[in-house]
Write a protein that binds this ligand. Structure first.
Ligand code: HEC
Length: 109
């Protein structure tokens, strides 16, 4: 009974759009760690304050990326892999798994 209650509570939390870090899936959690190690120096994830790069709060909930490009996995993947203007390329630094993980994390913002 207690377990059922916890399971229901868990699913209620997961459907909340303003999810907190403790409810991240394992993939999202790995992406969070990739983000902290590689992206957080230039991008805020939880506040709308620009650093060297634009804040990524709600990046996939908006129609367009800060550049005006459509907010798609493909474009964000290519931005990470190839860089863009003052953003460095992560080619050779992050593998495809890490890029997928960080994109999964960006979807939680
Ligand atoms: C050295 C600073 C720096 C680092 C590190 C960095 N970025 Fe960026 N990023 C930028 C800048 C600057 C821009 C704005 C580029 C432009 O002028 O369009 C940007 C833009 C972006 C955009 C928006 C692209 C668009 O089309 O508007 C995304 C998404 C993004 N970065 C994700 C990431 C992710 C994910 C990481 C980590 C893997 C990361 N960035 C690491 C500086 C950085």
């Amino acid at each position: 009974m207690v377990l059922l209650f916890l399971a229901l509570l868990g699913s209620a939390c997961r459907s909340n759009s303003a999810r907190q870090p403790h409810s991240l899936t394992p993939q999202e959690q790995r992406g969070h760690d990739v983000f902290l190690a590689n992206c957080a120096i230039c991008h805020n994830a939880y506040k709308e304050e620009p650093l060297q790069g634009p804040p990524l709060v709600g990046v996939f909930r908006k129609h367009d990326l800060p550049s005006g490009m459509p907010a798609t996995n493909q474009h964000v993947h290519d931005t990470i892999l190839f860089g863009r203007r003052n953003m460095p390329s992560f080619n050779g630094m992050l593998d495809e798994h890490e890029i997928s993980d960080v994109i999964a994390f960006l979807h939680t913002l």
